[in-house]
Every structure is written in structure tokens, then in C-alpha cells.
Design a protein around this ligand. Structure first.
Ligand SMILES: Cc1cc2nc3c(=O)[nH]c(=O)nc-3n(C[C@H](O)[C@H](O)[C@H](O)COP(=O)(O)OP(=O)(O)OC[C@H]3O[C@@H](n4cnc5c(N)ncnc54)[C@H](O)[C@@H]3O)c2cc1C
Length: 299
């Protein structure tokens, strides 16, 4: 990333919200359930699966978390009625983790039951380190009860390999990503190549344990390592999938699908798009150019 882009990243929170919205539009399906369903249908036509996320996090009011549960139930109903190839992703801090862990677990339980009625699946996203232990506790308890949940491991976390080793492997389904939250060095690897190395080690360990893996990255090096691993082991297509974010590297997405790999795109929607969009823009190597163009009113 250029020095100018780094400067833009640091000052992003000062950029007016409407400009952030203009630049970040590609990362979000829209504000409504209908917007998300239209995006999923278009992806399915390309042979791509989806995981739909309702935007929102760090909720401190019970009402908001309960609204989210209802919206997830509506989402599962719509996926089933329209026969879409999609599951959902949830953030525990949207479902009330910061209110109370038991309240959150009960909300996730309701979402998992709604998923089960339609034979569907719930992925629990991993948020910052303050939520990791509680997320794994809720995942373990509800996965043992329902069997239709999956979790996420972040390769930048020093604990990642330990978490892989301690995961009850039977029926487990893990998304492996690098991790997006800004964590201190005590808990997270910082070097780009170090995180890559831990990603590959975690991927190999998950596959060795027979876990279904969602390889969630746009990093061509890691995609290449994953493809090589799959080929070397002769892993069946039903044992893994690639995962990418909406609006990121559609060319790589097409290449993987054309090569016959299963691929799922993360489709976020909702009115609380701002924090998610900031995180995505921070990762865009061309953020400076995009912000400049949007500021000048050009797309
Ligand atoms: C499906 C999915 C789910 C995820 N879930 C979680 C989660 O639960 N918890 C969590 O902490 N993180 C999650 N992440 C985010 C992940 O941790 C990384 O922050 C993100 O994927 C970028 O890392 P990368 O592996 O693509 O590598 P990077 O090195 O960041 O990116 C590789 C290349 O991809 C392209 N690229 C990456 N991001 C962008 C962007 N925003 N705009 C344009 N180009 C881009 C660039 O060409 C870049 O050089 C998820 C990612 C995916 C794909």
C-alpha cells in the first residue's frame, strides 16, 4: 500500500459518511432484505453460493438484538421459499453478546432452530479478541445441540492452532480467514508472511482432522497453496469451499469457479453499513484512488 493510501486509511473516520458510502457501495448488497436476495439470486446464476449477513454489531439494547433474530428468521424463510443456495452469517455482538452472554446464546439458539427448519446452516463470524472465548463457548454448546453451526478461526491470532486442536472435529465446519480487527501483538501475529504461514498451518491441521473448511481469502498466494493442498490430497469438492467478500476480486472468483471449486460469497446488507464498510476500505490497496475519485464526484 502506498504512503498516500496509508494516510487515507488513517484519516478514513474523518471522511464524510456519504462519501464512504459512495466508495463502499460495492461491498454491500443494499439496505433491505430484498436487495440481499436479488444479489444472492444473481450470484447463484453465476454458479456461486452465498452467505448472507445482516449488518450491525456492538448492540447494547435488547430490542435491537431481538429485531435481528426476527430478521434472520425472515431471511431463512425467504431463502427456502425462493430456493436460493445460501446460508447465513451472524455476529454475536449484533445478537446481544455485549448485553448478556445467556441472552445472546438464546438468540443464536432461535436462529439455529430457524435454520434447521429449512435444512440450513448458521456461520458465527469471529469478532475482536474480547469476544473469542464467549463465541467458542456458544458455538460448542449450540453445535452439540443442533449440529448446523460453524465457526471462524482467524490466522492472525496466536491461539489459532490451539483452537484448531481443541475443536470437536466431528461434523465441524470452519471458515478460516486472516482476521480483520486491530489486535495487539501479545495476541496476534503481525508480519504479513507470518500470518500467511499460520493460515497454511491451520488449513493443513483442519484438513488433517477431517474438518470441512471454508478457505476465506483473496490472497492469491493462499488460494494457490489451498488449491495445491486440495490437489495433493485428492480432496473431494464436498470437503471444502472457497469464500470471498462481495465486491472483491471478481476475476479470481470466476477463475476458481471455472476450475470447478465450490465458492461462496459473503453478502452483507442492512442500514448499519458504516463500520463494515470502513473495515473493507481499510483493506483495499487502492483506497486512496477510490476516495479521491468519489471526492471529485467521479465513479
Ligand atoms: C467470506 C469471508 C468472511 C470473513 N469473515 C471474517 C470474520 O468472521 N472475522 C474476521 O476477523 N475476518 C473475516 N474476514 C476478513 C478477513 O479476515 C480479511 O480481513 C480479508 O479477507 C482480507 O484478507 P485476505 O486474506 O483477502 O488478504 P489481503 O492480503 O488483505 O488481501 C489480498 C488481496 O485481496 C484484495 N483485497 C482484499 N481486500 C480488499 C478490499 N476490501 N477491496 C479490494 N481488494 C481487496 C487485494 O488485491 C489484496 O492485495 C472474512 C473474509 C472473507 C473473505
Amino acid at each position: 500500500m502506498s504512503v498516500f493510501s496509508r494516510l487515507v486509511v488513517t484519516t478514513l473516520p474523518l471522511v464524510p459518511k456519504f462519501l464512504v458510502g459512495r466508495v463502499a457501495r460495492r461491498y454491500v448488497a443494499g439496505e433491505t432484505l430484498e436487495d440481499a436476495l436479488a444479489t444472492v439470486a444473481a450470484l447463484n446464476r453465476e454458479g456461486v453460493m452465498a452467505t448472507v449477513d445482516i449488518l450491525g454489531e456492538e448492540v447494547t439494547e435488547r430490542d435491537k438484538a431481538e429485531w435481528a433474530v426476527g430478521e434472520y428468521v425472515r431471511l431463512f424463510d425467504a431463502i427456502r421459499e425462493r430456493r436460493l443456495d445460501a446460508n447465513v452469517s451472524i455476529k454475536l455482538t449484533l445478537l446481544g453478546l455485549k448485553v448478556d452472554e445467556g441472552f445472546c446464546r438464546d438468540n443464536v439458539d432461535r436462529v439455529a432452530q430457524a435454520a434447521k427448519r429449512g435444512g440450513n446452516f448458521v456461520r458465527i463470524d469471529m469478532e475482536d479478541r474480547s469476544t473469542t472465548d464467549a463465541t467458542l463457548r456458544i458455538y460448542r454448546e449450540l453445535q452439540a445441540r443442533h449440529g448446523n453451526l460453524g465457526v471462524v478461526f482467524q490466522a492472525y491470532m496466536r491461539r489459532a492452532l490451539q483452537d484448531v486442536a481443541e475443536l470437536p472435529a466431528t461434523g465441524a465446519n470452519v471458515r478460516l480467514c486472516k482476521g480483520i480487527y486491530i489486535e495487539p501483538r501479545e495476541v496476534a501475529w503481525k508480519g504479513h508472511d507470518t500470518v500467511r504461514a499460520n493460515f497454511v498451518a491451520a488449513l493443513e491441521a483442519l484438513v488433517a482432522r477431517g474438518v470441512y473448511v471454508g478457505v476465506a481469502t483473496h490472497d492469491e498466494y493462499l488460494v494457490c497453496r489451498a488449491v495445491a493442498l486440495v490437489d495433493r490430497l485428492g480432496l473431494e469438492r464436498q470437503r471444502y469451499e472457497f469464500q470471498m467478500l462481495l465486491g472483491v476480486d471478481t476475476e479470481l472468483r470466476r477463475i476458481l469457479v471455472a476450475a470447478g471449486h465450490r465458492l461462496r460469497v459473503y453478502v452483507p446488507y442492512g442500514r448499519d453499513w458504516y463500520p463494515y464498510s470502513l473495515r473493507r476500505l481499510r483493506e483495499n490497496p487502492e483506497v486512496a484512488r477510490h476516495v479521491l475519485r468519489a471526492t471529485l464526484g467521479r465513479r
